[in-house]
Design a protein around this ligand. Structure first.
Ligand code: 13P
Length: 337
């Protein structure tokens, strides 16, 4: 393992004012997104949509890395240029989602365990050759029915994945996601996220993963979307930083949040408040899927004549989140767009 190289990649991924574009929707997940905008889920449509994002110069200025799906890392743009090359030309690091999805835990149907470790070493070797310099593995947790068994199993899998990545010159994004879809309050989210993160860092230690060569991708501390008691931007920012400071060693170069179904503006406002209100030992940035893509997807709607407008919508969200990554975003900037 070359830790200096891993650390340099991780630092590039969380460089001040830039963040990660999560464009790694599986074919099934992108089908759901395309359904909403009336676009057929074909290979050329998926290619055209992703090409539109990666060729958006203004937007990509704010993007440090792009997470790809297996199909996308092998795909070529309409003119034959590999999509990976477009990402590199924009100055961003190509990455790859390597987990095989969350499956119901045996005898614990309220929780899931993420699968995909079998054969992972060989897949990482191939992905490195295809240009990937970081990877992603996502574990999910239902905060209303926590179980030690699922927290432990997912932490163990995340650590085994992270060790395999580092052995193969790839920076692991370690993504434990306490889901936001339930009716739990913010205290439950804080308590379970703290438990999850403590277990994850313990297992990373046992697996000899070097923290200087990872990026953490956690949820923010929020009440469930169905909770009657929602929280202010400041409360979310302060509770999130509190939990992270309790759990994440300062050797970790950076933390890049998932958006998890928050509105575009909430995801931006929360990140900006954390950076503006706190002195932090790590860089805090974004690794958003929906919160970066919902607007351009809707604008594009599968039509060639909408490509420029969709790129403008993507550039706007990327710019807003880039400002949030330094704490410099405010609501007025949204209105000016
Ligand atoms: P969202 O920002 O849409 O939650 O997606 C990020 C991601 O990569 C989830 O694994």
């Amino acid at each position: 393992m070359n830790l200096a190289e891993l650390n340099a990649i991780a630092n590039k991924m969380v460089a001040k004012g830039r963040g990660i574009l999560a464009a790694d929707e599986s074919t099934g997940t992108i089908a759901k997104r395309f359904d909403k905008i009336g676009v057929e889920n074909t290979e050329p449509n998926r290619r055209d949509y992703r090409e539109l994002l990666f060729r958006c110069g203004e937007g990509m200025k704010c993007i440090s890395g792009v997470i790809l799906y297996d199909e996308t890392i092998r795909q070529k743009a309409a003119d034959g240029t590999p999509l990976v090359q477009l990402i590199e030309a924009a100055g961003a690091v190509p990455g790859i989602k390597v987990d095989k999805g969350a499956q119901k835990m045996a005898l614990d149907p309220d929780q899931t365990v993420t699968e995909g470790l079998d054969g992972l070493r060989d897949r990482l070797v191939e992905y490195y050759k295809l240009g990937a310099r970081f990877a992603k593995w996502r574990a999910t947790y239902n905060p209303t029915k926590p179980s030690w068994n699922s927290i432990n199993a997912n932490a163990h899998a995340l650590a085994r994945y992270a060790a395999l990545c580092q052995e193969n010159g790839i920076v692991p994004i370690v993504e434990p996601e306490v889901l936001m879809d339930y009716d739990n309050d913010i205290d439950a989210c804080a308590g379970i996220t703290e438990w999850v993160l403590k277990e994850v860092f313990q297992e990373l230690y046992y697996a000899q993963v070097k923290l200087e060569g990872i990026v953490l991708k956690p949820n923010m501390i929020v009440p469930g979307m169905k909770s009657p008691k929602q929280a202010s931007v400041e409360e979310v920012a302060d509770r999130t930083v509190e939990v992270l400071k309790r759990c994440v060693p300062s050797a970790v170069p950076g933390i890049a949040f998932l958006s998890g179904g928050q509105s575009d503006e909430d995801a931006t406002a929360h990140l900006s408040a954390m950076n503006a209100r706190h002195t932090l030992p790590w860089h805090l940035t974004f690794s958003y899927g929906r919160a970066l893509q919902a607007a351009p997807q809707k604008t594009w709607s599968g039509k060639k004549e909408n490509v420029a407008a969709a790129q403008k919508a993507f550039a706007h969200r990327a710019k807003m989140n880039s400002l949030a990554a330094t704490g410099a975003w405010n609501k007025g900037l949204e209105k000016a767009a």
